[in-house]
Write a protein that binds this ligand. Structure first.
Ligand SMILES: Nc1ncnc2c1ncn2[C@@H]1O[C@H](COP(=O)(O)OP(=O)(O)O)[C@@H](O)[C@H]1O
Ligand SMILES: [Mg+2]
Length: 340
């Protein structure tokens, strides 16, 4: 390794750099009465995010805030409309609004070695006709990283790493319970030693005891392997158990980003406050559960100014005028609110 490369590596602890990410989904105009042509869903509206190496970062926000879209852009399943994503300093994808061509610097297949996603439903992620062991073997053989013998050793290692008894390797997904299936999905995600795991609502369908087992597994992997994890959830009570830092999204924008302990002790954005106050398991005994008033506005026609102003208890006239920039209120604490 050259001295220069060594320096570059030491100079940054950022693994994933997302800059100005925009994702629009054009809506088909035909056949929908009253729908204007060229209407688009504004799923992401300029997201800037750094994921540090070894960080366990939680992406939160109500359904429809753009979390999955952001994850899919990072994992290469979706091309952004505008913006750029870098992994370990190297460009993955760049897009400019108005230009048709998206520059993808790394193929989806190559990216799969570095970035792996875990989804909500483990059943759909596993082939029902494939045993767990062969599901783990497959990526190793497809990517030709190990010969068959070494791959089989690796499969045993993956089973043990994720707490699946070796005897279960020969079983089919339907012979496992939902927690064991999610372990198998995690084991497969780890097969190629990815640098980043994106877990999208990975524990949302599990019951509470199974949830905490899978959360503990992710925490162990994070600690023992130094794994970087982007953990997506709409459930804040889960975040408190696992995350180093929290990123709050609303209508395709980041509203607040900070360390998890700061977030729970002193949330600065009114939306963060509302989210915490509306999560039953987040409250102290003397606190009352409050529902988040109103609906999320349509991302087809998002509100002017701050996207949260239509539901914000602190909103004033100037909140409707310009989108508040995401600014540092303290080191490592960014908030997009003119009143923060
Ligand atoms: N393929 C798609 N086509 C059209 N709209 C989409 C598509 N995928 C997501 N959206 C819309 O983009 C917005 C953000 O969705 P999503 O990223 O799934 O949010 P979240 O994961 O936070 O619930 C939503 O309004 C959703 O309906
Ligand atoms: Mg989602």
């Amino acid at each position: 390794m050259s001295a220069v490369a060594g320096e570059t590596r030491a100079a940054t602890d950022v693994l994933v750099e997302v800059r100005g990410l925009v994702k629009h989904f054009p809506l088909p105009a035909r056949g929908v009465p009253g729908r204007r042509r060229h209407e688009v869903v504004h799923a992401l509206n300029g997201v800037d995010l750094d994921v540090r190496r070894g960080e366990f970062i939680a992406l939160v926000g109500e359904s429809g805030s753009g979390k999955t879209t952001l994850a899919n852009c990072i994992a290469g399943f979706l091309d952004p409309t505008a913006g750029a994503i870098r992994l370990d300093g190297s460009p993955l994808v760049e897009a400019r609004e108005g230009r048709r061509r998206v520059s993808r610097h790394v193929s989806r297949r190559a990216l799969a070695r570095d970035v792996q996603m875990i989804f909500q439903d483990p059943s759909s992620a596993l082939n029902p006709r494939q045993t767990i062991a062969s599901a783990l073997l497959e990526p190793l053989l497809v990517h030709k990283v190990l010969d068959k013998r070494a791959a089989q050793t690796r499969v045993r290692e993956l089973l043990s790493l994720t707490g699946i008894p070796a005897t279960m390797g020969g079983r089919y997904p339907h012979e496992l319970n939902s927690g064991q299936r999610q372990r198998a999905v995690i084991a497969r995600a780890l097969a190629l030693n990815p640098r980043l795991i994106v877990a999208d609502e990975a524990v949302s369908r599990l019951d509470v005891s199974m949830q905490s087992q899978i959360l503990n597994l992710l925490l162990d992997l994070h600690r023992d392997l130094g794994l970087t994890i982007v953990f997506i959830t709409h459930d804040l009570s889960v975040v408190r158990q696992v995350a180093d830092s929290v990123v709050v999204m609303y209508l395709g924008r980041i509203m607040e980003a900070c360390a998890a302990d700061v977030f729970f002790a002193q949330p600065s954005h009114p939306y963060s406050n509302a989210l915490i106050a509306s999560t039953p398991r987040m409250l102290r005994e003397d606190e009352q559960l409050q529902t988040l008033e109103g609906e999320i506005p349509s991302p087809v026609r998002p509100p002017s100014g701050c996207p949260f102003h239509t539901r914000c208890p602190l909103a004033e006239e100037r909140c409707t005028e310009a989108v508040p920039p995401l600014e540092d209120v303290a080191p490592g604490h960014r908030v997009a609110c003119i009143k923060a």
